[in-house]
Design a protein around this ligand. Structure first.
Ligand SMILES: NC(=O)c1ccc[n+]([C@@H]2O[C@H](COP(=O)([O-])OP(=O)(O)OC[C@H]3O[C@@H](n4cnc5c(N)ncnc54)[C@H](OP(=O)(O)O)[C@@H]3O)[C@@H](O)[C@H]2O)c1
Length: 256
């Protein structure tokens, strides 16, 4: 199936490693030019190099999305460097850790990184995306945000907020031809991932999670990224306002 992404222009946040990196690589393999950001300079440079090897243009910047002014400036720079924008993938996340006893810090961090960076990206890019015939926004959520799993984390609650925003935005932007979807990955383990770290740091939790998984394993980054790329592509032209779990059947809820 042709995904219809050849010649596309995509902005992916937090794409120097992990799932975001894999999304950027797969988009590049489909023929999209990419602009990406993350904090660590060397990994941004490495990601840009690997994307350029795939024959597309790639622009990377090292920045912290919590610095709202710099982040918004980067979004404009990215749009200009690409010469427009078709796809915005809001992938960056603070992750699901807990900051000791100071839970307020988690709430602010997850709000600024998981939610506000996505909101700001949509607000800044929507105008330019109206000129695209294949405009799509994908927000990377979390399968466990719809479940009571583990301790009460700001991460899960704020990923739910993101899914709600995606739905609302899908209605507001559909008349302009911009699709907005969220997707909800389950636990994924890959080199450098939190779950890979937990396998050693908290084997009890890791093993219990694998045992609880109907597939008895966690996903790869590739299994998540492939769905994100499909969702962003014109091949998914009639998919709008959804949040679909991509978790190998891990979550317990049934969505009708
Ligand atoms: N992995 C899982 O099990 C899992 C499960 C469900 C949902 N998800 C979701 O999938 C998405 C990707 O997760 P992942 O596991 O691939 O994440 P990850 O491995 O932690 O990668 C996060 C990326 O974002 C960058 N980043 C982090 N904080 C940043 C900041 N403040 N400013 C700019 N860049 C920043 C990181 O680079 P730097 O550190 O250099 O900044 C990296 O490129 C997230 O939305 C996550 O919530 C993941």
């Amino acid at each position: 199936m042709d995904l219809g992404l050849q010649g596309g222009k995509a902005i992916v946040t937090g794409a120097s490693r992990g799932i975001g990196r894999r999304i950027a690589e797969l988009l590049a393999e489909e023929g999209c030019d990419i602009a990406l950001c993350a904090r660590a300079d060397s990994r941004v440079a490495d990601a840009v190099e690997s994307l350029e090897k795939r024959g597309v243009r790639a622009f990377g910047s090292a920045l912290n999305v919590r610095d709202g002014e710099r982040y918004v400036q980067w979004l404009s720079e990215a749009r200009e460097a690409l010469g427009g924008v078709d796809l915005f993938i809001a992938n960056v996340s603070a992750g699901g850790g807990m900051d000791g006893k100071d839970s307020e810090r988690d709430w602010y961090r997850n709000f600024e990184i998981d939610v506000l960076a996505a909101v700001r990206g949509c607000e800044l890019l929507a105008d330019a995306m109206k000129d695209s015939s294949r405009a799509a926004i994908v927000m990377i959520g979390e399968a466990l945000s719809g479940e009571a799993f583990g301790p009460p984390l700001a991460y899960n609650a704020l990923k739910s907020a993101l899914a709600t925003h995606a739905k609302q935005l899908s209605h507001a932007l559909a008349p302009s031809g911009i699709r907005v979807n969220a997707m909800a990955p389950g636990p994924a383990a890959f080199e450098g991932s939190r779950w890979e770290m937990l396998e050693y740091a908290d084997p009890k939790l890791y093993n219990a999670t694998v045992r609880q998984h109907p597939s008895r394993r966690l996903s790869t980054a590739d299994e998540i990224a492939r769905y994100a790329v499909f969702l962003a592509s014109p091949a998914a032209s009639w998919v709008n306002g959804t949040q679909i779990p991509v978790d190998g059947g891990f979550s317990q809820r049934i969505g009708f």
